[in-house]
Design a protein around this ligand. Structure first.
Ligand code: PMV
Length: 355
């Protein structure tokens, strides 16, 4: 499990952190300019940089048997790595170590989180927006046509209302459920959503799912556009529901989004099974999250008892799941100070950057 940096920036020891993400509503349609809402989760990626005496720069990714050289043209990962180095204007050779605590191909933004963690480790002084932009080159190698929502949420954390080409607006999460350690007290814990994430056990390629929908859109343009219009309305209403703290309405909107995603052939039997089980045991809503075609589902629940029931029902059916933590709300003064001291501990002063 990855150590969690409160502000999603950097941890002691020079490791930079990036959030994973859960898309609450609007995946796929967001590629075509429809807004989407996503939340950063604590599970994410980490990276750290050590200057090397000689080049080329090397990426050491946990779980990979070999180190990747930035001048290797044969491998996607190496080309992605080079794209972040170039975007960050890093000329001096370095070793970048990176690891992720997210299932690859699971719809939780694993590749974006790695790109963001690496971009942040290369330049800890860069702000979240710049880090997200620099990580886009990495994403393009894998995804072809990424909307940018993954890198934005991974770099920023919190809940974002995102529109391609227009950036994002923060959405304040509601205060819901009993406070941690205060069961039965009725006290509310501020600013979070209780989200159970369940894994279908199969992976999917975001690139091929996005390309599949693009082909469907070519063949069945008007029908797909109608779905996108409906998703746009759901996303706008979901934003209002979150801001009003109406988690029941949010759950219903997520269910409707799932129906539309199924109609676009993005769901699978396992996804439907996980969503169905979650609803049966009391989830307010459930849907696929990310690219679909496998990967993960997200179920919104009202309290931790229901969360436990959802996770147990998935486990009984042989599916893994976890309760996501959703930190990274807008910075408080304390958080800003924590970030400043974390940055000091990670600054790669020896790395040479182009002017
Ligand atoms: O599956 P993920 O975590 O890569 O999320 C993909 C989200 C999409 O909307 C399907 C694609 C995109 O670029 O926004």
């Amino acid at each position: 499990m990855i150590a969690q940096a409160g502000a999603g920036r950097a941890t002691a020891g020079g490791w930079a952190h990036a959030f994973g993400k859960v898309i609450l509503l609007g995946e796929h349609a967001v590629v075509y300019g429809v807004p989407a809402i996503a939340v950063g989760i604590s599970r994410g990626a980490m990276a750290r940089v050590t200057p090397s005496k000689e080049g080329p720069s090397v990426l050491r990714l946990e779980g990979l048997p070999i180190d990747l050289r930035a001048d290797d043209d044969e491998r996607d990962l190496a080309r992605s790595f080079r794209a972040v180095l170039e975007a960050s204007s890093v000329r001096a050779p370095c070793l970048v170590e990176a690891r992720a605590d997210l299932p690859p191909g699971g719809g939780l933004g694993c590749s974006a989180a790695l790109g963001v963690a690496i971009a942040r480790a290369l330049d800890p002084k860069a702000d979240a927006q710049l880090v997200a932009e620099r990580a886009m080159g990495w994403e393009r190698v894998f995804h072809g046509n990424p909307s940018g929502i993954d890198t934005a949420v991974s770099a920023q954390g919190g809940c974002l209302f995102f529109e391609r080409g227009r950036g994002f607006e923060r959405v304040l999460l509601p205060a819901i459920g009993p406070a941690v350690g205060a069961e039965g007290s009725g006290a509310a814990s501020a600013g979070k959503l209780l989200l159970c994430v369940g894994h279908t056990g199969t992976v999917s390629s975001t690139k091929s799912m996005v390309e599949g929908l693009a082909r469907l859109r070519e063949r069945r343009g008007p029908i797909v556009e109608k779905s996108f219009d409906a998703i746009r309305a759901l996303v706008r209403n979901a934003r209002l529901a979150i801001e009003a703290g109406d988690v029941k309405a949010l759950g219903q909107l997520m269910d409707l989004n799932q129906m539309l995603l199924s109609g676009l052939f993005l769901s699978t039997q396992e996804i439907e099974r996980l969503c169905g089980r979650a609803r049966e045991v009391g989830a307010l809503g459930a849907k696929l999250t990310g690219a679909g075609g496998g990967g993960c589902v997200v179920a919104l629940v009202e309290d931790e008892n229901v969360a436990e029931r959802v996770l147990r029902s998935w486990k009984d059916d042989g599916f893994d799941g976890f309760l996501a933590e959703t930190p990274g709300q807008p910075a408080t003064r304390d958080e800003t100070l924590a970030r400043a001291s974390a940055r000091e501990s990670t600054e790669p002063s020896e790395l040479e950057r182009s002017p």
